[in-house]
Write a protein that binds this ligand. Structure first.
Ligand code: NAD
Length: 306
């Protein structure tokens, strides 16, 4: 089974690619390395395409030459403040890039399944755990671009009837983070020796899922037979505040960490809760998360001295 994975050299790709290789899939990566790195994954030159999904002719030539059986679309830009500052670039990569890859996929007849990395950012602000069939209402250009991606994948499914899985990722954490999200920001300040760290909003709670658990869910989703068009939340099903995360670092370092609020970091529009209902993923695939927040943070700290 040949798998082509766009954005496979990125943060989540760095967990998904080795998991797929371990399962025996023949994995090919297409990535422009704008955020990712070849060092995150073990991939030979003949399995790596240094290419940009905005270039329709190169994407088409790669897909039609390779003839993959499975296509996974992770390539995107997704750091929300960056997307807000660069909305046209976000739309160009996340929407036009997605149109390009789907147009290339439509021209081949060897695909069994396609998977798309969507996001919890397609949901509106809500204080309870969110199910996949909840109304969708993105708050920003990033969420909007991913919702457009979901619609494009739905259209692809209706035209081809090839199994299409939409994965709505919640907050990933683990090694090789490429964007300045909360956990790498805390790590950066702690590694600089600070034990009073500067952060923004402290109360928002997020559902942090380890990238290794995400990769395990991906493998399970790939194995679903005749799944048609389906959508799954990929979260841990537990939410943690910023303070909870800092306390997990305190426990693992066995040191007191103080927090100072830095006004420049405070987001004016912020969701207080973002929690996945993962009942459907568990029921349909048998997946169970294995990494707790403490184990994940312990693993990150262990890597500081390597
Ligand atoms: N990290 C999270 O918490 C999270 C949450 C929700 C959804 N997602 C989605 O998961 C996917 C992977 O995210 P990630 O955290 O690994 O981010 P990432 O930035 O580390 O990975 C994206 C990869 O895509 C590549 N890429 C970007 N633009 C490209 C282009 N024009 N052409 C080819 N390659 C390009 C980057 O080099 C990178 O390797 C994205 O689609 C993202 O929107 C991530």
């Amino acid at each position: 089974m040949k798998i082509l994975i766009t954005g496979g050299a990125g943060f989540i790709g760095s967990a998904v690619v080795p998991a797929l290789q371990k399962e025996g899939y023949d994995v090919y990566v297409l990535d422009n390395l704008s955020f990712g790195s070849r060092e995150f994954i073990k991939i030979t030159d003949d399995h790596f395409f240094h290419a940009d999904i905005r270039d329709s002719s190169i994407v088409e030539s790669i897909v039609s030459t390779l003839h993959p059986n499975i296509f996974i679309h992770l390539a995107a830009i997704h750091f929300i403040p960056y997307c807000n500052q660069h909305p046209f670039e976000a739309a160009d990569i996340n929407v036009r890039g997605t149109m390009n890859v789907l147009s290339a996929c439509k021209k081949i007849n060897c695909l069994h399944k396609v998977l798309f990395a969507s996001t919890a950012a397609v949901y509106p602000i809500i204080d309870a755990a969110i199910c996949e069939d909840h109304d969708l209402h993105p708050l920003d250009i990033y969420g909007l671009s991913k919702l457009a991606g979901e619609h494009l994948f739905m259209k692809y499914y209706l035209e081809t009837r090839i199994d299409t899985i939409i994965c709505r990722f919640f907050n990933a954490f683990g090694p090789n983070e490429t964007n300045p999200h909360l956990i790498p920001e805390i790590e950066k300040q702690l590694r600089e020796g600070k034990r009073t760290i500067q952060l923004g909003n402290l109360t928002p709670k997020r559902d942090f899922i380890h990238t290794y658990d995400m990769a395990a869910a991906f493998i399970k989703l790939l194995k679903l037979e005749n799944s048609g068009y389906d959508t799954f939340n990929l979260g841990r099903g537990i939410e943690y505040s910023v303070v909870d995360i800092v306390e997990a670092f305190e426990r693992q370092l066995n040191e007191k960490i103080n927090i100072e609020i830095e006004p420049a970091r405070v987001r004016k529009v912020e969701r207080e809760h973002l929690l996945a209902d993962v009942t459907k993923l568990k029921r349909k695939t048998g997946w169970e998360p294995e990494w707790s927040i403490d184990e994940g943070i312990k693993d990150l700290i262990k890597s500081w001295n390597q």
